[in-house]
Design a protein around this ligand. Structure first.
Ligand code: GTR
Length: 427
């Protein structure tokens, strides 16, 4: 399908708008207006939360509902029967080190939706079920793997500087363009499986993408749907996709379903946080440079703001979220609460020095201010009161690092995540 000209133009202008917004943003700590974070440990009725039980039964459900209502929207409760179809198995993937399966996950009652193509890389040796990373990718499976034998995805792709996408479609030049971001060989060599899917299989990442995505297909009105305040956005839909992978992995004999880690970078880091908040099967939640709408505190007006994100990417969130543009203090949540929703499971937040747009300090502080909830469970948090120096990871159940370099997910980041996961899973 070709996009209408106006939409194609708007998409072409997005990078220009984004870089203009990034240049004009505030980067001065001293210019952040004073703020007070919403209370984590006082319930809506004013009750003090003093035990892990009170947190789990009273406060956690309240906060989850607030995030649905004000930020990400509420996912539908039902989608009928799910079908799994193995499309291919390659026993010699990654130079013979891995087995790679491609499995289509689709919905029996919603055949209009083409489904999502899960790509699962498994270590070759060993008989014991292995822990598994689960994440969404920016491009098709052919972008993630360094192997060149996969058919190219035929779905809509967002053009990027170096992703080989032409006329919104993958080309042979797209192959392997995300391989640095997905350190498959490293993970496999340490005994981990990695499950990925292209986020655009669930919903193409542009303002009109929902019309050809899961959100429209699950709604009775289809592409005529009028999105109301509180309805789910693209991040909610992408997070739904991650949970469908977790479903599949419950019955995959090569994977230990009790050792799942959800991971994501940037917009897909926001997605990982939201998936981890809702789906407790994810034992570790990794936010890599997730920034505004992810780990960064929204009340810190520095770098990207609620106003800029909801203007550039209105489709990521529920409509209600944009009401807090320039008015963050009236929002009943902030990102420390999103991190706290994962307690007592492990959360790893990572920033990059040059990624000022994502507000590294705000990302650090979200974990810092979530610590009281982890403490209710007897869990140790960062173990430090200040953002640590560059390339010096800290923490236990709450982990953090800031590395040198720009907005990205790198081998260094993966090395730290793997170390965290080994310690969490006692490996
Ligand atoms: C930026 C956006 C960020 C971040 C990033 C990405 O343009 O402003 O919130 O999510 O995209 O996903 O790479």
């Amino acid at each position: 399908m070709h996009l209408p000209k106006t939409l194609a133009l708007a998409l072409a202008l997005l990078p220009v708008l984004a870089s203009a917004q990034q240049k004009q943003a505030n980067y001065d700590e001293a210019a952040i207006p004073p703020y007070t974070l919403p209370e984590l440990l006082i319930s809506a009725s004013g009750a003090k939360i003093e035990t892990s039980d009170q947190w789990a039964t009273l406060r956690r459900p309240e906060i989850l509902a607030l995030f649905e209502q004000h930020v990400f929207g509420k996912a539908p409760a039902q989608w009928g029967k799910v079908a799994y179809e193995t499309l291919s198995v390659n026993n010699h993937a990654l130079g013979g080190k891995a087995v790679r399966k491609i499995v289509r996950i689709s919905l029996v009652d919603y055949p209009q939706w083409q489904g999502m193509e899960l790509m699962l890389h498994l270590p070759k040796q060993g008989t014991k079920p292995v822990p598994c990373f689960v994440g969404a990718s920016f491009g098709g499976n052919e972008a993630v793997t360094p192997d060149s034998d996969l058919p190219l995805s035929t779905r809509w792709m967002r053009p990027g500087k170096d992703n080989g996408v032409e006329q919104n479609r993958s080309t042979d030049k797209t192959r392997g363009t995300e391989k640095e971001r997905w350190q498959l060989e490293l993970a496999i060599s340490e005994g981990f499986a990695v499950a990925t899917y292209y986020c655009g299989d669930v919903e193409p990442d542009h303002a009109e993408g929902w019309k050809t995505g899961l959100r429209a297909f699950l709604s009775k009105a289809g592409p005529e749907t009028q999105w109301k305040e509180g309805d789910w956005g693209a991040i909610g839909a992408w997070a739904w996709g991650l949970s469908r992978i977790a479903d599949f992995l419950q019955a995959e004999p090569a994977v230990d379903p009790k050792k799942l880690t959800v991971i994501g970078h940037s917009r897909l880091g926001k997605t990982a946080l939201w998936a981890g908040a809702q789906d407790t099967r994810f034992r570790i939640v990794i936010s890599n440079n997730s920034g505004e709408g992810g780990a960064a505190l929204m009340r810190r007006n520095i770098g990207e703001t609620t106003a800029s994100i909801t203007k550039a990417f209105p489709h990521w969130f529920t409509k209600t979220y944009s009401n807090y543009s320039g008015n963050e203090s009236s929002c009943p949540i902030d990102s420390h609460m999103l991190v706290a929703l994962a307690a007592p499971r492990t959360v790893y937040i990572a920033s990059a020095e040059e990624d000022r747009w994502a507000d590294p300090k705000g990302e650090f502080l979200a974990g810092f201010h979530a610590q009281p909830v982890f403490a209710l469970f007897g869990k140790n948090g960062y173990g430090v009161a200040e953002q640590p120096p560059l390339n010096a990871p800290v923490g236990e159940t709450l982990r953090y690092h800031i590395r040198t370099g720009k907005h990205d997910i790198t081998r260094y980041d993966w090395e730290q995540y793997l170390r965290g996961a080994r310690s969490e899973f006692g490996l």
